[in-house]
Design a protein around this ligand. Sequence first.
Ligand SMILES: Nc1nc2c(ncn2[C@@H]2O[C@H](COP(=O)(O)OP(=O)(O)OP(=O)(O)O)[C@@H](O)[C@H]2O)c(=O)[nH]1
Ligand SMILES: [Mg+2]
Length: 319
Amino acid sequence: MTKMVMLGPTGVGKTSLLAAMYPQLEEHFPGDGYQLVPEEQTRRVLDNLRHKLAKLGAGGGSSITDMQVEGTKNLQEFNFDLKYANEPIADLSLQIYDMPGAYCTENNGTEAIKTLNGSDVSFWCIDCVALMEKNGKLNDAINQPASITDVLKKAKLNPNHTLCIVLMRSETYEQNKRFDELKTRIKSTFGDYFTEHIKSIKQINKVFYCSVQTTGNLRYSYHDQEQAVFIKHSELEYSPKNCECPVLCALDRSIEEAVFQTLNKMDEISVNYPIIRYFLNSFNKEYAKCVRLKKRLEFARGKIAFYLSEKDKRFFEWR
Ligand SMILES: Nc1nc2c(ncn2[C@@H]2O[C@H](COP(=O)(O)OP(=O)(O)OP(=O)(O)O)[C@@H](O)[C@H]2O)c(=O)[nH]1
Ligand SMILES: [Mg+2]
């Protein structure tokens, strides 16, 4: 079981990302024979939300503000199984926690810290519009990076934790060829948080950042005082892009762990057969099952790495 947590203040789009993500994962999952299947309840809740998101700005061309979908009220858990072909048991299970943004920013982040305890992966969602517009002067108020780094530092993260920084609402910059500008801005604005705080958290061993478009059709238009106003691109329908990438990057870690556990199990079995261990595959069913599992997990891991490398401009390891 891999525990993943969505992090970020209220309104940055954590729940919208989850809603946009899973059909993309189902469609693009890069391991042949594999499927990432949501549990029934997870599917119901996320489908419902996605329908609302798809209708944002449905009038066409009209300006819309964000905050049109209700915020998350309580901690929610979404479950996915990674299943291979007709195998009855899932090879991996993912548990994604989505919290109200206030958990990160109120009461010294106590609730966020509780949720983060024992987690393997966290997705730190950042609103790009706050970062890029008005010279980034709303970034501190909207993205609250000090609160997020604080909860990450205080939580008991699992060793080998992966942190994925997710750049939300990037439509305006991706579609207008301003992605390099966005990349430079994230590096210059969040660089200090990275070197002064994140780097010192020894449980975190990988930091990625990745840009996603959770609607694909809403672009930033102007600010009405502190409120960003978006416009629906007249020719584009709701078409999320790259929302599968954060979970795929996190899966790399889970698969690595699962391979490690499978190898341990193979060692445990073979201890009882010291002389004939090289032939175990042909007569010990349990051992043969492990060999097959290890092979297909490694294959899927390779496919995921290849898939993400093709997305090179949207997906980076933070150095
Ligand atoms: N322009 C724009 N608006 C979006 C996008 N994704 C979500 N929204 C809007 O942003 C609002 C906030 O999104 P949520 O997914 O609810 O944000 P959240 O981080 O889960 O917020 P809390 O649950 O309150 O912590 C929603 O009401 C949507 O209307 C996007 O990609 N672009
Ligand atoms: Mg939410």
